[in-house]
Each structure stands twice: as structure tokens, then as C-alpha cells.
Design a protein around this ligand. Structure first.
Ligand SMILES: C[S@@+](CC[C@H](N)C(=O)[O-])C[C@H]1O[C@@H](n2cnc3c(N)ncnc32)[C@H](O)[C@@H]1O
Length: 337
């Protein structure tokens, strides 16, 4: 019998508690908003693939801890792991006051300092390399820390919580900049200079900015306006101010390398639109970056069917994950070989 420590967006716990026992045989053991531990038959591989797209982080659970000296037993099992202390989720992303987030982050810094002072070189800093052990400590103010460990894989970013080091431009108008950049880093795909993108649902323009800053030519479709900053006024950008279903055939770009979709519509509607658009672009298209909004968390139960529909549009792999910048939604990356 083993235990697995997972984190997820606040609100996703109930669907996971239903899905995991039925499909993986994992039984929920301990639960907090945004955190679930699971009882699992047999041993668990610390480098296991993301067990469900809704998990933000996952790894072998090492139980509770209330003070740094108690980590001795955990550290005896691991060879100088990279220490990653992270705040639990204080509430649904976007709905937690800044002051609360700051208090939780202050707690994280205090706990990290306490552990490093106590254990010195037994825990390392910096980014983990692929395959290296990471000691995860999840901190929720006023509660014991939850401790676990995982082996770093390409499936998550190298920072605590599976995040990537992102530097959104000061003039980025929305968090969609971070969502697209996370999907790009997660996938290892490299949309870049000389390539083109069709973007559906572009306002207020965060993802457009990410694409233009990467040197792509961008054709965007959205009835709402976007205003690019002065520095991008000469960038190769064209917007059609209408709904995608109203765009006349001859206004679609002839060929594109990438399609980016973030329409704020429920996941099945977004896939419905994709099914009408993607077949036009079979020749040159390399991949899709899609935000699938889960109006209800239970919509995730339709995810296998929706991903199959996307794959059937001509992609060799389609993956979904609730990456750190995502709220009640999933990032989906589809690629051709
Ligand atoms: C979440 S926002 C997009 C955020 C944007 N990607 C960014 O980077 O800032 C959703 C957008 O989709 C647009 N939208 C909704 N339905 C659409 C449709 N049928 N065709 C085109 N755009 C649509 C909305 O007008 C809205 O601006």
C-alpha cells in the first residue's frame, strides 16, 4: 500500500474523488481544498506520468510534518533532493485577495528557510534536472505541512507547483499570455519566427502579444477589439472583428502553422468550432494550443471524448493539463509528428 500526494485547482476535488477510484483504483485518503492524498495498492513510481489532467502536481506522499527536524526520515530515503516548498491553493484562482496570497507566500518563505537552516546541504536549491528527486512541501497556514516527493519529468515546470519561470511583459493585457506560454513550454513545441498563427478569441490580447513577441504572423478573429502597445504597432497582425462563424471563407488565411483557441466558451463548443476550422489547414498545420473551459467541473468527464475528436482532426498526439496559470479550464496541445 502506498500514498500519493496530489494538488489540483480548488473545486476540482469532487470530480477527481469520483473518477480516480473508478478508473485507477485510487481511494481518496485525506483532502483539503486543492489537495488530495490517495491510497494506492502496491508501490508508486515517483516519476509516474500525470495521473489525471486536473492534477497540477503529483508524487509519492510522505505524510504530515509540523517542524523541520521531522523531515529526517523522509530525507534518509532521498539523496539530497531539490527542496520545493509551495503554498496550497488558498481558493479558486482569481478569487483570492492579494493580501491572503501574500500571507500564504510569506508562510512558504518562512517554512523554506526553516527547512534549509535545519538540513543544510541535505536539501538542494535550483531547478531539478530530468530524473532528479524533488522534496515537495505543501504549506497551508495553521496546518501541518504535507510532504511528498517526485522525480522531475518534462510533464511539469521546474519550479514549485510545476510552474515555469515566466516573465510576462509589463504591457501584457491578460493572463492568457501566461496560459499560452505555459502550453508552449509544457509541450516543447516552438512556434517561432517566420511562422503564422490563426487565433480565435483574442481580446484583450495576451496570447496575441506572446505570439507576436515570438515573431509569428498572427491573424486573429474576435468581435471585441484589442489594442496592441506602441512597440507592436508595426507587428504582422491582422484582426477580423467578428465571430469566427461569421467570417467569410475568403477571409480565412490560406495556410497557417498554428491555431490558438481561447474563446471563453464551454469545452464542447470550442471543439465544435475546431472541427469546422482545422480541416482547412491540413497541409501546413503543426499544432493547436487550446483553452478548454470547464463551465462545470463535471464537464471533464467528457474530456476523453473531446480529446478523441481533436485527435481525429489529424493529430498524432493530444494532451490536456490544468497548468499553473489555468483556472476552471484545461490547456490542450495537439501536434502532428
Ligand atoms: C477568454 S477571452 C480570450 C482571451 C485572449 N485569448 C487573450 O489572450 O487575451 C475569450 C474571447 O473569445 C471571444 N469569442 C467568443 N466567442 C467567439 C466566437 N464565436 N468567435 C470569435 N471570438 C469569440 C470573446 O469575444 C472573448 O474576447
Amino acid at each position: 500500500m502506498s500514498f500519493v500526494l496530489t494538488t489540483c485547482a480548488v473545486g476540482a476535488e469532487a470530480v477527481l474523488r469520483r473518477w480516480m477510484p473508478e478508473h485507477r483504483g485510487w481511494r481518496a485518503a485525506f483532502s483539503r481544498p486543492g489537495l488530495i492524498t490517495w491510497k494506492v495498492e502496491g508501490a508508486v513510481d515517483a516519476g509516474l506520468p500525470r495521473p489525471h489532467p486536473l492534477f497540477r502536481t503529483w508524487g509519492v506522499s510522505l505524510g504530515f510534518c509540523t517542524a523541520a527536524p521531522e523531515l529526517g526520515k523522509a530525507l534518509d530515503q532521498l539523496e539530497a533532493p531539490v527542496l520545493q516548498v509551495m503554498a496550497g491553493e488558498a481558493g479558486p484562482k482569481g478569487h483570492v485577495p492579494e493580501t491572503v496570497l501574500e500571507r500564504w507566500e510569506a508562510d512558504v518563505r518562512r517554512v523554506e528557510e526553516e527547512i534549509r537552516t535545519c538540513w543544510g546541504a541535505r536539501v538542494r536549491g535550483g531547478d531539478p534536472a530530468i530524473g532528479e528527486a524533488v522534496l515537495d512541501v505543501v504549506v497551508r497556514p495553521g496546518e501541518p505541512w504535507m510532504v511528498g516527493w517526485h522525480r522531475h519529468t518534462r510533464e511539469r515546470g521546474p519550479l514549485p507547483g510545476g510552474a515555469w519561470e515566466l516573465a510576462p511583459p509589463a504591457d501584457a493585457p491578460s493572463r492568457a499570455w501566461a496560459k499560452l506560454e505555459e502550453m508552449i513550454r509544457w509541450s516543447g513545441l516552438t512556434p517561432g519566427k517566420g511562422e503564422s498563427a490563426l487565433e480565435i478569441g483574442c481580446a484583450p490580447g495576451g496570447a496575441t502579444m506572446a505570439l507576436l513577441d515570438r515573431g509569428l504572423r498572427v491573424c486573429s478573429v474576435d468581435p471585441l477589439p484589442i489594442v496592441l502597445p506602441e512597440r507592436l504597432r508595426q507587428a504582422p497582425f491582422l484582426q477580423h472583428r467578428c465571430l469566427i462563424e461569421k467570417l467569410p471563407r475568403d477571409q480565412f488565411p490560406a495556410a497557417v502553422d498554428w491555431i490558438v483557441v481561447d474563446m471563453g466558451l464551454s469545452a464542447p463548443m470550442a471543439v465544435h468550432h475546431l472541427a469546422r476550422i482545422v480541416p482547412r489547414y491540413r497541409d501546413r498545420l503543426q499544432g493547436l494550443f487550446v483553452t478548454l473551459k470547464l463551465n462545470e467541473w463535471t464537464l471533464v468527464e467528457r474530456l476523453p471524448e473531446l480529446l478523441d475528436r481533436i485527435a481525429a482532426m489529424g493529430f498524432d498526439s493530444v494532451e490536456a493539463a490544468c497548468l499553473p496559470a489555468f483556472r476552471q479550464e484545461l490547456g490542450v496541445v495537439a501536434r502532428r509528428r
